[in-house]
Ligand binder design. Structure first.
Ligand SMILES: [Zn+2]
Length: 99
C-alpha cells in the first residue's frame, strides 16, 4: 500500500521553510546520491525528507519533522531511513523529530 509521508523543514525560529512528500514516480540526483552512499542504489524515488530539503536553503534549515498517519488519523512510525539520514546530515539539520 502506498503511504503518504510528510516532512517539514523549519529554521531555528520555527518558521516553515519547506514541506515535502514522498513520491513513487519522481526521482532526484540527491536521492540517488544518498541511495548509492548507503548501498541501496535502487532507492531513487523521492522520500519526503529529500523532497523538502531540495526546496529550501540549507544555511537556514535547522530542524525536520517527519510524519505519517494511517487512514484513521493515528500517527505511524516515520523515522528517517538511512538514505534520508545521509541527506539530513549533509544539510546540517540540527534536530530530527518524527511520528
Ligand atoms: Zn528516506
Amino acid at each position: 500500500m502506498k503511504q503518504v509521508i510528510t516532512a517539514v523543514v523549519k529554521d531555528k525560529r520555527g518558521r516553515v521553510l519547506a514541506v515535502g512528500q514522498n513520491s513513487y514516480t519522481r526521482t532526484h540526483p540527491l536521492q540517488a546520491w544518498a541511495a548509492r552512499k548507503v548501498g541501496q542504489p535502487e532507492r531513487i524515488y523521492l522520500h519526503a525528507e529529500v523532497a523538502a530539503l531540495i526546496k529550501c536553503n540549507w544555511e537556514e534549515a535547522h530542524s525536520i519533522f517527519i510524519s505519517r498517519w494511517n487512514k484513521d488519523g493515528k500517527p505511524m512510525k516515520a523515522a528517517p531511513c538511512a538514505c534520508c539520514m545521509e541527506v539530513i546530515k549533509k544539510a546540517g539539520i540540527k534536530r530530527v523529530t518524527h511520528t
